[in-house]
Design a protein around this ligand. Structure first.
Ligand code: SAM
Length: 278
C-alpha cells in the first residue's frame, strides 16, 4: 500500500487563516516536507505540533523528490507545505505530485489561502474568467514578450510581483497592454493590507519612486471587448495581422495603421505590441 501526499495550504500572512483540516493533517502525517524548516517549524510550534521536517525547495527539489518517493513506496504519508499559501502555486510541489501519480500514490489537496485568488476578489475586476501568470520575467525584453503574448487573453490578468520590480513592470504593462484598469494588492491578510486601484497610467505614476514594500499581486483588466471581438473574428494576433497585410503588398506603415484600427488600438500602442512581439 502506497503512502499519501497531502498538499497543505498555509496562511499568506494571518495565522488564523489555517484550516482545522490543515492542522489535523500536519499532526497526523509521518513527515512534513517544507521550503524552509525554520519557517515551518515556527508555524507548527505556534499550533503545538511536533513533527519531523525535511527541506523541499527549488534547489533540492529534484534529489529530494526521489527520497520522498521512496518514503511513499514504504506506505508513509507526507505533507508538503510552502512558506505561504498553496504548494505548487509559484512554489515547489509539482515534481512530487507527478512522481506520486507515477507510482500510484494518492495525492490529496488540503485547500486554503492562495494570494492571487484573494487579490482577484478584492480588485473589483471581472472574476468570471482570469489568467494567472505567476511571476513576470525579471528581464525587460522577456517581460515585454510575455506581456505581448497574454495581451489578447480575454480574461483578468494576475501576476505576482516583487516590490523592487513593481515600478518597471507597471511601465511595461502600460506600454504593452495599453492603459487598462488595474489593482495592486499588497500585504493581503496582514496588518498593512491595502488594494490600490487605478489605471495602469495612474499606478505607474504612483509607484514611480519605487517606494513600496511587502508582498504584491498585480491585477489587470482584460483587453477591451471591442478588441477581443476583433481578435476572435480574425483569430490572429496583431503582429500576425500586420504580417498578413504586408504579405498582401501593403507597406508596413499602412499595415500597422489598418491593424491598429481593426484591433481598436491607438497606433502607438499597436506599434509597441508589434515591437514587443519580435
Ligand atoms: N504559494 C503562494 C500562493 O499560494 O499564493 C505563492 C508563493 S510565491 C513564491 C510568493 C508571491 O506570492 C509573493 O511574491 C507575492 O507576489 C504573492 N503573495 C504571497 N503572499 C502575499 C500576500 N500576503 N499579499 C500579496 N501577495 C502575496
Amino acid at each position: 500500500m502506497r503512502g499519501i501526499v497531502y498538499l497543505v495550504a498555509t496562511p499568506i500572512g494571518n495565522l488564523a487563516d489555517i484550516s482545522k483540516r490543515a492542522l489535523e493533517t500536519l499532526a497526523a502525517v509521518d513527515l512534513v516536507a517544507c521550503e524552509d524548516t525554520r519557517h515551518t517549524g515556527k508555524l507548527l510550534n505556534h499550533f503545538n505540533i511536533k513533527k519531523k521536517l525535511t527541506s523541499y525547495h527549488e534547489h533540492n527539489e529534484q534529489a529530494r523528490t526521489e527520497e520522498l518517493t521512496e518514503f511513499l513506496k514504504q506506505g508513509k504519508s507526507i505533507a508538503v507545505v510552502s512558506d505561504a499559501g498553496t504548494p505548487a502555486i509559484s512554489d515547489p510541489a509539482l515534481r512530487i505530485v507527478q512522481r506520486a501519480h507515477e507510482i500510484g500514490a494518492k495525492v490529496v489537496a488540503i485547500p486554503g489561502a492562495v494570494a492571487f485568488v484573494s487579490a482577484l476578489i478584492v480588485s473589483g475586476l471581472p472574476t468570471d474568467s482570469f489568467f494567472f501568470g505567476g511571476f513576470l520575467p525579471s528581464k525587460k525584453n522577456e517581460r515585454r514578450r510575455r506581456l505581448a503574448e497574454v495581451s489578447n487573453v480575454p480574461a483578468t490578468l494576475l501576476f505576482y510581483e516583487t516590490p523592487h520590480r513593481l515600478s518597471k513592470s507597471l511601465i511595461d504593462c502600460l506600454e504593452v497592454l495599453g492603459n487598462r484598469k488595474a489593482a495592486v494588492a499588497r500585504e493581503l491578510t496582514k496588518l498593512h493590507e491595502e488594494t490600490i486601484l487605478g489605471t495602469l497610467e495612474e499606478l505607474t505614476e504612483k509607484f514611480s519612486s519605487g517606494d513600496i514594500r511587502g508582498e504584491i499581486v498585480l491585477v489587470i483588466d482584460r483587453i477591451e471587448i471591442a478588441n477581443q471581438k476583433s481578435q476572435i473574428a480574425n483569430e490572429k494576433s496583431l503582429p500576425e495581422r500586420v504580417a498578413e497585410l504586408e504579405n498582401e503588398g501593403i507597406d508596413r506603415k499602412l499595415a500597422l495603421k489598418r491593424a491598429a484600427k481593426e484591433f481598436g488600438l491607438p497606433r502607438s500602442e499597436a506599434y509597441r505590441i508589434l515591437q514587443a512581439g519580435k
